[in-house]
Design a protein around this ligand. Structure first.
Ligand SMILES: [Zn+2]
Length: 402
């Protein structure tokens, strides 16, 4: 194809995507407002909107109620009734499959048992097939996302997870997962990245420069700069849980010492209880939880308070170092770490007020997330549409890692 012609098509497709994105982000927007925002002519916008309407992606809700100033412009919305993204949220013991409509609402969700499955990927494929046959009748599937609690290592064709049950050699191959999800474009995304992406899209966070920290058994983080996930959503770009807060500290599986994960992760609590002289009242096999620590602090246990303060200090130290590298405006804490509650957050803020590069750290607003667990599913769908979906060149064999 002639170069000039090719460029014209490229520009047109990009514009079309941008028009769609504006309609998705600002439901009820008019053609004139889109033209203003994109700095292109209204004729151009109208032609693209017509195309999007003919293809069934956008609907014109008609003129709003007229008033004395005259007829208001027609308002556009995405056609959320007919277009969906299927999102599989893969956990250790269960698999959730949800339908997210193109207005980013979860319209239905099913949960499947994944315990004791000899071949987790084959099971995932079978669950997907049955879901898709029963739930996706009469709708257009824009794509499929699989959220994994781990790293998506495209180069080595591997999903690396310490959370998912250890499968047989090669059982978490990316190429094999691709074979299990037939017929649709597929994006494999890291869970923390999807949670992080959801904050700006669905939370009350104004900032586009922030760190999202997922505190669970371990600790993960994702960095957003200008609303863009740094390094994408593969989980391969940061290992915040393995930032050392004590170079002579407790040795970690990763080879480093004093890793943040071993200082504040829930799995580290039994060791930390011992170090701080706290009695672990759990019976064998029962897990020590953040909320157990919180209960002790509430009851006025001085040792428990000392442990919580040490955890806050370690996290503050890691965050202040991250702030020096990255200058975020906000830190959002998600995961079960939220159970550490207000006392921990107050301690964390106090410690952050005492360390780090002052000019940067004093700008940072640190809060727990206000979004629920389901935000990961919406975050995945939104990221996939924004990042990968194209109107004119999608096919069922496409694979996007991160
Ligand atoms: Zn480590």
């Amino acid at each position: 194809m002639e170069m000039k012609k090719y460029n014209q098509i490229l520009i047109k497709n990009n514009n079309k995507k941008q028009v769609y994105q504006l309609i998705e982000d600002i439901p009820g927007i008019s053609r004139t407002q889109i033209a203003d925002q994109m700095k292109v002519s209204k004729t151009t916008v109208s032609a693209l909107v017509d195309e999007l309407m003919q293809e069934g992606y956008v609907v014109d809700e008609g003129a709003s109620v007229s008033n004395r100033q005259g007829r208001k412009p027609n308002s556009l919305t995405v056609n959320s009734r007919d277009n969906v993204v299927i999102v599989l949220n893969w956990h250790k013991d269960s698999l959730e499959i949800g339908l997210v409509d193109s207005a980013m609402n979860i319209t239905m969700c099913r949960e499947y048992d994944m315990r004791n499955k000899a071949d987790a990927l084959a099971e995932l494929g079978a669950c997907f097939e049955s879901f898709q046959e029963s739930q996706c009748v009469g709708v257009k599937v824009m794509g499929v996302c699989v959220i994994v609690p781990g790293m998506i290592d495209e180069r080595h064709d591997k999903i690396i997870s310490v959370v998912l049950p250890a499968g047989e050699q090669g059982s978490y191959r990316i190429s094999r997962l691709r074979e299990m999800i037939k017929g649709y474009p597929l994006a494999i995304l890291n869970d923390t990245a999807c949670f992080a992406y959801a904050e700006n899209a669905f939370g009350n966070l104004e900032s586009k420069n922030y760190i999202y920290i997922n505190i669970n058994d371990g600790v993960g983080a994702a960095l957003l700069h200008g609303g863009v996930l740094l390094g994408g959503a593969s989980g391969m770009s940061t290992q915040f849980g393995h930032v050392s807060v004590d170079r002579n500290g407790y040795p970690c599986m990763c080879g480093n010492r004093g890793c943040l994960e071993n200082q504040i992760g829930e799995l580290a609590l039994p060791r930390l209880f011992e170090e701080f002289g706290l009695e672990n009242r759990k019976i064998a096999g029962e897990k020590l939880l953040f909320k157990d620590l919180v209960a002790l602090v509430k009851a006025g246990d001085a040792k428990a308070e000392a442990l919580m303060a040490a955890m806050a200090e370690d996290l503050a130290y890691a965050l202040c170092n991250a702030a020096s590298l990255f200058h975020p405006e906000a830190v959002i804490i998600g995961g079960i770490g939220r159970k550490l509650g207000d006392t921990f957050l107050a301690m964390l803020k106090e410690k952050m007020g005492q360390m780090g590069f002052r000019q940067f750290v004093s700008d940072v607003d640190t809060e727990y997330t206000t979004l629920g667990e389901a935000s990961v599913v919406r975050g995945a769908a939104k990221y996939y549409i924004n990042q990968y979906f194209r109107f004119n060149d999608m096919d069922g064999s496409q694979l996007f890692c991160g």
